[in-house]
Write a protein that binds this ligand. Structure first.
Ligand code: B3K
Ligand code: ZN
Length: 868
């Protein structure tokens, strides 16, 4: 580092702002090299400090005026501008210049494919002008945008359009007024030439809302699913949460250069085009569902995030955990609840548990941050959502909704804390959440270990439950948490046994609150099979010695689909673990007949939905399995997962093949039932492709597919089985789609996950493909991200070539786009999970990065934690 090492900020050091800005009037005279920004702010002193410290980064100051007087009493600092000797209340005018064309970090004002756009969360507004760039300063915004009329016919910002007109030199202007006070991170500006899809929505109270989706010219017909999803979101939020929209217009702009998924700017969402554009030829079912979820997520932020925002960034989960919970509920109410739950749980058990075990472990409300962008994590988002879900489980829907209502009554229009949310839930419901609050401050994954005992004479069944949380890098001492533990007990005939303790009926959700606890159920006339942690009622690891027979029993008899799926996963886990041991002793991968039969049973069960069967037959990923081990034997785990897949394919080939042919659909539709059928059919293909007699199916499917879901399923089967037709198919696809980066992302991702020996060389060649660019985050994530995260065999190649490649790319991205670099580096941080040789190879790469003399804060924070 050239300058002093970046400093951390601590949650405990929060101080309310010395000043606030109540109104801001912004003018942007857009120019790629030199955009002039004029900010007129109404400032009020809130403390006894007369100095005003404004945030600012990478901007060129032109002038400062206070109450109409040119102000000389200021100093430019490393992090902004400090003004002195100010009056109590004043009008501050700041003029400064910025260069959007040079902004490759895609934070602040930048150019995406010729259109100006902004990204201000978390701390990007300070790259636009000097400001109190913190979420607890809420102002009303008036924004005037000036640009060339022919090149930029659309000039957009937050709120309602209030004025527009022509200017000299072919320029024009549009002014926007946002009546809702907001923090600077919710500011947005877009200028460009687009096609616009328009619709309207009438809210439950009768407000007319114009809906507009802006896409690149020629892409209009790909925006319909996004529009449908928006309308569905608005309706759902009214019906389920009683919340309606509060402006006359809701705009969404799709851009190709974007660091993440989307951004909830007030009235003007900016989206990664990946989460807007879809038609059946270009998008898979997963893309369609992703669009629905992200459109919903950003829309739901209008209340949970915008109307009530965060006091400081340590409270991020207040809006993100809650909004993820809301989008998960939205998807579950519209589609299959079981399948949604399964997919969400996979994320927690895989990458989120891995994050807990990594050098980046942190509670959902972090205590210490160097670069805020590093904390938009699975822990804050997904575990944060699980914490909200646990409250929902403890309170029930109606009390939870009463809590939401009270939360809005108390905090609408303000910047709140996680504590405010829990207090509202507690006060509205009367449920004691004092111990529960620990979920906000304690990091790591708890393990719940259960043993059981049946007493024939007394007809009692006892569950002895203990909980513990292993220490994490950020926190060594752990305390017992309040864990809602949802169970059911089954009799041998498959009937659920009523739960009774001390003679009275008890609920299915047990409260685990101590390190060790016993639950004694009476009136139990036979030894039951327990189904535990139903619906994944808490983000914990469950440890219970199930027999194969018990798990097979639950796969058939458990009354909820999630529990059936989970039993299947536990059965697979047992055999993955035992085979990893067997393999290390030189034995072959083996699966007993009864396990195969259990999965055959699921496949043939006509009562089950196809979408669910597909989930039940999906093996856990390498990443999830890695999480079961302190040190992972990369090669053995890869070989076992592959081996089990081959055994199941071999044993179930007749059923899989019959199912494959039976599920063929002539027409494509995005109805949930049709999606489910495709998903099971393509799952069958994934198994069958590994058997010589069936490999032709994948090639045939590629040739005849009438939609992208089937095309991609065929290609991914060909890719994973390394069929000889692979190259021809890849070429065919690239010839067809190389003009469309978004569609090519799927191809790049297949190159990244290619299991072949020469995958890395091919991947490097793909970086020369005309559709590839390291400056585009989507392309980079598709090709490089998939290699690092989803190609364990090649990324962890013993030669270290994968690690070295990662190091080189990260060094480049450190300069151009540190946020993207910082997302990509995660797999390297976990180096302590691998054998000594691999550890030292990865460490070398991390040390090289640490030596860079311009290492960005983003990577600095992660690399120093990892090497600590
Ligand atoms: N709030 C944004 C994420 C901003 C990320 C900044 N690095 C999108 C979302 O969660 O809805
Ligand atoms: Zn969000």
């Amino acid at each position: 580092m050239t300058e002093s090492a970046p400093q951390a900020k601590y949650r405990k050091d929060y101080q309310s702002p010395t000043h606030t800005i109540t109104d801001v009037n912004l003018t942007f005279d857009l120019n790629p090299e030199r955009t002039r920004v004029t900010a007129i702010s109404q400032v009020e002193q809130l403390s006894d400090q007369t100095e005003l410290e404004l945030d600012g980064e990478g901007i060129e100051l032109v002038s400062v005026t206070v109450n109409g007087v040119a102000w000389q009493d200021y100093q430019q600092t490393e992090s902004g501008l400090t003004l002195s000797n100010l009056p109590q209340k004043f009008e501050l005018v700041i003029e400064n210049d910025i260069a959007p064309a040079k902004n490759t970090a895609l934070e602040g004002l930048y150019i995406s494919d010729g259109a100006y756009c902004t990204q201000c969360e978390a701390e990007g507004f300070r790259r636009i002008t000097y400001f109190l760039d913190r979420p607890d300063v809420l102002a009303t915004y008036f924004t005037k945008v000036i640009a060339d009329k022919a090149e930029f016919p659309y000039l957009l910002s937050n709120g309602n359009k209030v004025e527009h007109g022509d200017l000299d030199d072919g320029k024009h202007f549009v002014s926007w007024q946002d009546p809702h006070p907001k923090p600077s991170y919710l500011f947005a500006l877009v200028a460009g030439d687009f096609d616009v899809l328009k619709d309207k929505y009438v809210t439950q109270s009768g407000r007319n809302v114009a809906l507009e989706i802006f896409v690149d010219k020629g892409n209009l017909e790909r925006a319909h699913h996004a529009m449908t999803s928006l309308v569905n979101s608005m309706k759902w939020d009214e019906e389920r949460f009683g919340l309606e929209y509060d402006l006359d217009i809701y705009m969404i702009v799709a851009v190709d250069f974007f660091n993440m998924g989307a951004m909830e700017n007030k009235g003007l969402n900016v989206f990664n085009s990946k989460f807007v554009l879809a038609n059946e030829q270009t998008a898979t079912d997963t893309d369609y569902l992703g669009i629905e979820a992200v459109i919903g997520h950003e829309y739901f932020h209008n209340w949970t995030g915008n109307r009530v925002t965060c006091r400081d960034w340590f409270q991020l989960s207040l809006k993100e955990g809650l909004t993820v919970f809301r989008d998960q509920e939205f998807s579950s109410d519209l589609g299959s609840r079981a399948v949604n739950r399964i997919n969400n749980v996979r994320i927690i058990r895989g990458p989120q548990f891995a994050e807990d075990a990594s050098p980046m472990s942190h509670p959902i409300r972090p205590e210490k941050v160097i670069e805020m962008n590093n904390f938009y994590t699975l822990t804050v988002y997904e575990k944060g959502s699980e914490v909200i879900r646990m409250m929902h489980t403890l309170l029930g829907e109606s009390k939870f909704q009463a809590g939401m209502k009270l939360y809005f009554e108390r905090h609408d229009g303000t910047a709140a804390t996680c504590e405010d949310f829990v207090a509202a839930m507690e006060d509205a419901s009367g449920v004691d959440l004092s111990q529960f609050r620990l979920w906000y401050s304690q990091s790591g994954t708890p393990t719940v270990t259960v043993t059981d005992r049946y007493d024939q004479d007394n007809q009692t069944y006892t569950l002895s439950v203990s909980q513990s949380t292993a220490s994490t890098q950020d926190q060594s001492e752990k305390q017992p948490l309040h864990i809602p533990f949802d169970i059911e007990l089954y009799a041998a005939d498959g009937q659920a046994i009523e739960l009774r303790c001390n003679g009275s009926k008890v609920a299915n959700v047990l409260d685990i609150t101590q390190a060790n606890q016993e639950f004694v159920f009476d009136n139990v006339s036979e030894k039951p099979v327990p189904s535990m942690l139903r619906e994944f009622s808490a983000p914990v690891k469950l440890n219970f010695e199930y027999s194969d027979e018990q798990l097979a029993f639950l796969m058939v008899h458990a009354q909820n689909e999630f529990a059936k799926w989970d039993a299947g996963q536990m059965l697979l886990a047992k055999y993955i673990k035992s085979n990893v041991v067997a393999l290390s002793k030189g034995d072959k991968v083996h699966l007993p007949e009864m396990v195969i039969d259990a999965f055959r049973g699921v496949l043939l069960d006509s009562e089950l939905e196809p979408a669910f069967i597909a989930e039940a037959l999906s093996l856990p990923s390498f990443n999830e399995v890695s999480g079961w081990y302190e040190t992972v034997d990369v090669d053995a785990v890869c070989d076992v997962i592959k081996g089990i897949k081959l055994i199941l394919a071999e044993a179930l080939q007749d059923e899989l093949s019959a199912m494959y042919h039976m599920l063929k659909q002539a027409e494509y539709s995005v109805e949930h039932e049709a999606i489910g059928k495709r998903s099971l059919r393509n799952l069958c293909l994934q198994y069958l492709v590994h058997l010589a007699p069936f490999s032709g199916l994948a090639v045939e499917q590629y040739q005849t597919a009438n939609n992208m879901t089937d095309t991609m399923a065929a290609m991914s089967a060909v890719n994973s089985a390394s069929l000889k037709q692979r190259q021809a198919i890849m070429n065919d696809y690239s010839d067809k789609w190389s003009h469309d980066g978004l569609v090519m992302d799927k191809w790049f991702a297949l190159q990244g996950t290619n299991p072949a020996d020469d995958a890395l060389d091919n991947l490097k060649a793909c970086m020369q493909h005309k559709a590839f660019s390291l400056s585009n985050p989507n392309r980079t994530r598709s090709l490089v991200g998939s290699f690092l995260n989803m190609n364990p065999k090649r990324f962890h190649d013993k030669s270290g070539s994968g690690y070295q490649f990662a190091g080189e790319i990260l060094a480049q991205l450190n300069e151009s786009n540190p946020q993207v670099a910082s997302r990509l580096i995660d797999p390297l941080l976990k180096f302590k999970k691998y054998d000594q040789e691999r550890q030292s190879l990865i460490r070398t790469e991390l040390e090289k990065l640490q030596q860079l003399d311009n290492l960005a804060k983003d990577l600095f924070e992660k690399v120093s934690k990892a090497l600590n």
